[in-house]
Design a protein around this ligand. Structure first.
Ligand code: P6P
Length: 308
């Protein structure tokens, strides 16, 4: 079995800078959520560095998170899906400061349809771009019926409910509701992005097998769909497509953080051939195919694609 993020974990909550980063992200969650009803339109801004439409909510969340995270002592740089270049936070990442990579509002296209979305974060101990081997922690906030945070910052994964609390230190209370979140052994759901005609033949063969075994759960936001897999067991993928062999999701602020969380929850994360966390990043906005979930399902996927 290949090594996973769980193998080189440190004790949870042992790094005060990591704790401060998740405090800052949790503290922004109620403000971002409160603004969503007012920012459901496309922004006037040009496309983001990945060439995608930018919602007003994306820019608002990015500005809020950039300000909050670059102010955390021990954060050297802030990298975001919405920014071409890294934002220098004034500390030297090559020394002992962290680089934080964020998708400020993953799934923002769900704003118009009022479906779930969230904020994804990866905390790296090296200047970016860097491989997922440099992640020291990762997680996401999910704006669902309730606001939750899924955090992998050491040995395992925990789920917290995040609620506004004007009397609390950071204006929010964070209540751990699942202290040791693990992928269920028996998979139940699957969710695959992209259009069926754009899937490669080997992937379509694999999907045919999975369709006979699991229930379809696809909601159009990676954080929401991954949270279904983490809750019920199964597999999520935004696969390589015929006309987009690198898929859609970004390595630094979507695939790596999710791969880190899923591995620490006992699962696997692949680009279809190899472990996501071992992929060398060349640019800040590299895309990568992403297949994550129960190890047996990911292993079968890699075998199916290798038979191509
Ligand atoms: P599609 C959201 O825009 C996102 O980056 C991921 O959150 C999500 O998994 C994917 O794109 C959805 O893409 O093609 O289904 O709209």
């Amino acid at each position: 079995m290949a090594p996973t993020a769980r193998d080189d974990a440190v004790s949870p909550g042992s790094d005060p800078v990591v704790e401060a980063i998740f405090d800052a992200i949790a503290a922004t969650a109620p403000t971002i959520r409160a603004e969503l009803p007012h920012r459901r339109v496309e922004s006037d801004a040009a496309e983001n560095p990945s060439g995608e439409t930018v919602m007003a909510g994306d820019l608002y969340a990015d500005e809020l998170l950039a300000e909050a995270l670059s102010a955390v002592e021990g954060v050297g740089s802030y990298v975001s899906e919405e920014r071409q270049e890294a934002l220098d936070a004034g500390e030297d990442v090559s020394e002992d400061a962290y680089a934080v990579a964020v998708d400020p509002l993953d799934g923002s296209s769900n704003l118009r349809s009022n479906n779930v979305m969230g904020t994804v974060v990866g905390i790296y101990d090296a200047p970016l771009p860097a491989s997922g081997q440099h992640l020291v922690a990762a997680g996401y906030v999910l704006f669902g019926p309730i606001t939750t945070a899924v955090i992998a910052d050491g040995d395992g994964v925990r789920e917290e409910v995040v609620e506004p609390d004007p009397d609390a230190e950071h204006g929010v209370t964070r209540s751990v509701v699942v202290p040791d979140l693990e992928l269920p052994a028996e998979p139940t759901v699957y969710g695959f992005g992209g259009r069926v005609p754009d899937w490669t033949d080997p992937f379509r063969e694999y999907v045919r097998e999975i369709e006979d075994e699991l229930k379809l759960r696809y909601g159009g936001s990676m954080v929401g769909d991954v949270n279904q897999v983490l809750t019920y067991g199964g597999i999520f993928a935004y696969p390589a497509l015929r006309d987009a062999p690198d898929g859609k999701l970004r390595l630094l602020f979507e695939a790596n953080p999710i791969a880190y969380v899923i591995e620490q929850a006992g699962g696997a994360a692949s680009d279809g051939a190899s472990r996501i966390l071992e992929i060398d990043a060349e640019g800040l906005h590299d895309r990568v195919p992403l297949y994550v979930g129960n190890t047996e399902l990911v292993d079968r996927l890699e075998t199916s694609l290798a038979d191509d």
